[in-house]
Design a protein around this ligand. Structure first.
Ligand code: ZN
Length: 86
Protein backbone atom coordinates (compact mmCIF):
# COMPACT_ATOMS: atom_id res chain seq x y z
CA UNK A 1 0.00 0.00 0.00
CA UNK A 2 1.13 3.51 -0.73
CA UNK A 3 2.27 5.71 2.15
CA UNK A 4 -0.40 8.20 0.94
CA UNK A 5 -3.39 6.01 -0.04
CA UNK A 6 -5.74 9.01 -0.36
CA UNK A 7 -3.71 10.35 -3.28
CA UNK A 8 -1.50 7.52 -4.49
CA UNK A 9 -1.64 3.80 -5.00
CA UNK A 10 1.01 1.15 -5.25
CA UNK A 11 0.64 -2.32 -6.69
CA UNK A 12 2.19 -4.98 -4.48
CA UNK A 13 5.41 -5.79 -6.38
CA UNK A 14 5.22 -9.50 -5.52
CA UNK A 15 1.67 -9.73 -6.88
CA UNK A 16 2.60 -7.80 -10.00
CA UNK A 17 5.59 -10.07 -10.68
CA UNK A 18 3.39 -13.15 -10.13
CA UNK A 19 0.79 -11.75 -12.53
CA UNK A 20 3.47 -10.97 -15.12
CA UNK A 21 4.78 -14.55 -14.85
CA UNK A 22 1.30 -15.97 -15.40
CA UNK A 23 0.84 -13.61 -18.33
CA UNK A 24 4.13 -14.62 -19.93
CA UNK A 25 3.45 -18.32 -19.45
CA UNK A 26 0.10 -17.91 -21.19
CA UNK A 27 -1.71 -19.29 -18.17
CA UNK A 28 -3.49 -15.96 -17.57
CA UNK A 29 -3.82 -12.75 -19.50
CA UNK A 30 -2.99 -9.54 -17.66
CA UNK A 31 -5.39 -7.02 -19.17
CA UNK A 32 -4.58 -4.02 -17.01
CA UNK A 33 -4.71 -2.36 -13.66
CA UNK A 34 -7.49 -0.86 -11.59
CA UNK A 35 -7.67 1.50 -8.69
CA UNK A 36 -10.07 3.94 -7.11
CA UNK A 37 -10.05 7.69 -6.73
CA UNK A 38 -11.43 8.75 -3.34
CA UNK A 39 -11.78 12.31 -4.67
CA UNK A 40 -14.72 11.19 -6.84
CA UNK A 41 -13.27 11.82 -10.30
CA UNK A 42 -12.79 8.80 -12.54
CA UNK A 43 -10.17 10.35 -14.78
CA UNK A 44 -6.41 9.70 -14.64
CA UNK A 45 -4.55 11.97 -12.27
CA UNK A 46 -1.23 13.66 -12.90
CA UNK A 47 0.33 10.97 -10.73
CA UNK A 48 -1.28 8.25 -12.88
CA UNK A 49 0.18 9.89 -15.97
CA UNK A 50 3.61 10.11 -14.39
CA UNK A 51 3.57 6.45 -13.32
CA UNK A 52 2.02 4.88 -16.42
CA UNK A 53 4.02 3.07 -19.05
CA UNK A 54 2.85 2.34 -22.56
CA UNK A 55 2.42 -1.40 -22.18
CA UNK A 56 -0.85 -1.84 -24.06
CA UNK A 57 -2.83 -2.54 -20.91
CA UNK A 58 -5.94 -0.85 -19.65
CA UNK A 59 -6.30 1.35 -16.62
CA UNK A 60 -9.64 1.08 -14.90
CA UNK A 61 -10.51 3.86 -12.48
CA UNK A 62 -13.39 3.61 -10.07
CA UNK A 63 -14.84 6.72 -8.42
CA UNK A 64 -18.23 7.74 -7.07
CA UNK A 65 -19.98 4.70 -8.57
CA UNK A 66 -18.45 5.25 -12.01
CA UNK A 67 -15.92 3.05 -13.80
CA UNK A 68 -13.83 4.40 -16.65
CA UNK A 69 -11.25 2.66 -18.82
CA UNK A 70 -8.12 4.21 -20.26
CA UNK A 71 -5.28 3.18 -22.50
CA UNK A 72 -2.00 5.02 -22.76
CA UNK A 73 -1.11 6.19 -26.25
CA UNK A 74 2.39 5.95 -27.64
CA UNK A 75 2.79 9.66 -26.93
CA UNK A 76 1.92 9.05 -23.25
CA UNK A 77 -1.60 10.45 -23.25
CA UNK A 78 -4.50 8.60 -21.65
CA UNK A 79 -7.25 7.82 -24.16
CA UNK A 80 -10.63 6.90 -22.72
CA UNK A 81 -11.96 3.56 -23.90
CA UNK A 82 -15.56 2.44 -24.02
CA UNK A 83 -16.57 -0.09 -21.43
CA UNK A 84 -19.30 -2.51 -22.49
CA UNK A 85 -20.94 -4.73 -19.90
CA UNK A 86 -22.81 -7.70 -21.32
ZN1 ZN B 1 -5.48 7.29 -10.41
Amino acid sequence: MSASPATNFEIDPERLIAAEKLNRSGEKCLLGYFHSHPNGTAIPSQTDAAMATCDGRFWLIIAAGQITAWELSTDSKFLEQELVFE
